[in-house]
Design a protein. Structure first.
Length: 415
């Protein structure tokens, strides 16, 4: 039998134990390092880890939109479902009850994009509620437009209001939405079809879009403006007062011109989608709604990715919300839009061959317009009056002068 020296056994044991402790310590250090690496990686932006086919997203994207229950909000939710299912990205939809609140969150960086309506144009122009000192012309950038089989804005009337023709609106009670120049100016434009103004109707002031529907339901108003397929109009249809949409025959060319002189981005349109609309459709006007926009400082990779997934996954969400089919590529109207596109969006449209020389020329014209407006604003601020009303009045004059001298339309009618 082999006999071991006791001292040698003890020394061997100490060396073995030291080796084991060293290895164990290394293992613990390695595990801690792995844990730290995992924790660090989990905090990295998602696009640095899960970028595929040039689609890059953070873990959460935010849009501002019209209030819950509206077509614009519902479409944002449908698109958000695609982002969650296909990319593991959350789309937070922040409802804004009026134009200013939807764009204020965009300018403050609380949302990445805004899915609204004509307020994007008014903000670009620095007019109406955006003519104040804290706003002025904004560097709005377009991503995508929705021109659906519905319409962006028309009059939804209580059937018992006895309006047979658009001229019968004279003297009726029409909702006026606080803080929503796009809705109120659209109302004024449609009134112009019948040579009417706000002075020819009774304005009923309400606090928001949904409140305008409530005013009709509660018999405080006879009509409210909104998209033909707006879900709140289903409440009007089901109410004792009923629902009838106003119609604007396109064969009255002078009437059509009066509307478009005020809102050149509104076009004659036949709407097929909406409660009570017959199969043959009704003649109305429309504009992009929702109109997805960012700012000139919006992240280019994110803008590119947003447009790309909305185009590539169109078939998956087009039937999941009222009017979502209007996001299709062939309805983008690149050559007619009144706001410049974001470079990220342009990059994708160029990539798929949809960006034409006419689109590029129109985009340069829109960029020039924004440059003229920004220059006029910067010059104006040096000697601007202090009073709120005086400030707005002086700015609108300075703005009109700058646009006129540059040979650009002023949109001054009725402002």
């Amino acid at each position: 039998m082999l006999k071991l020296n006791n001292n040698k056994v003890k020394m061997f044991y100490r060396l073995s134990q030291r080796s084991f402790n060293t290895q164990l310590s290394f293992c613990f250090r390695s595990c801690r390092l792995c844990a730290l690496i995992c924790a660090f990686v989990s905090l990295l932006p998602l696009q640095n880890i899960f970028a595929a086919d040039d689609v890059q997203f953070p873990k959460t994207i935010a849009w501002s939109a019209y209030p819950t229950g509206t077509g614009g909000y519902s479409q944002a939710v449908a698109i958000g479902n695609i982002l969650q299912r296909q990319y593991g990205v959350n789309l937070r939809v922040i409802p804004g009850r009026n134009d200013v609140s939807r764009l204020a969150t965009l300018r403050a960086g609380r949302v990445h994009f805004s899915a609204g309506g004509s307020e994007a144009v008014y903000a670009q122009e620095g007019i109406l509620n955006f003519a104040s000192r804290i706003w002025g012309p904004q560097p709005i950038r377009a991503l995508m437009s929705n021109y659906s089989d519905s319409c962006s804005f028309t009059f939804a009337m209580a059937s018992d209001s006895e309006v047979e023709r658009i001229s019968d609106i004279q003297g009726k009670r029409v909702t006026w939405v606080q803080g929503s120049p796009s809705l109120n100016n659209a109302t004024a434009a449609l009134l112009a079809y019948a040579n009417l103004t706000w002075d020819d109707v009774t304005a009923v002031e309400v606090g928001g879009y949904n409140a305008s529907i409530d005013a009709v339901l509660n018999d405080r108003a006879d009509m409210a403006g909104g998209a033909c397929n707006s879900p709140p109009f289903l409440r009007m249809e089901a109410s004792p007062r009923g629902l009838t949409f106003a119609q604007f025959p396109h064969n009255d060319l002078e009437a059509v011109k009066r509307v478009r002189d005020r809102l050149p981005w509104y076009v004659p349109h036949v709407a097929f989608e909406g409660p009570t609309i017959p199969e043959r459709g009704i003649e109305v006007f429309t504009s992009a709604y929702p109109f997805l926009v960012g700012l000139d400082a919006s992240d280019e990779a994110l803008a590119y990715s947003m447009v790309k997934i909305m185009h590539l996954h169109f078939e998956e969400y087009k039937d999941n919300a009222p009017g979502a089919g209007g996001w299709t590529l062939d309805r983008q109207k690149f050559e007619q839009i009144f706001v410049p596109f974001h470079p990220g969006a342009i990059r994708y449209y160029e990539e798929i061959g949809a960006w034409t020389p006419e689109a590029e020329a129109n985009n340069k014209k829109n960029l020039l317009r924004q440059s003229v407006l920004r220059g006029a604003w910067d010059d104006f601020l040096h000697s601007a009056p202090e009073g709120y009303d005086e400030f707005e009045e002086a700015w609108l004059l300075a703005r009109a002068k700058a646009l006129t001298e540059s040979g650009l339309m002023t949109l001054a009618e009725g402002l």
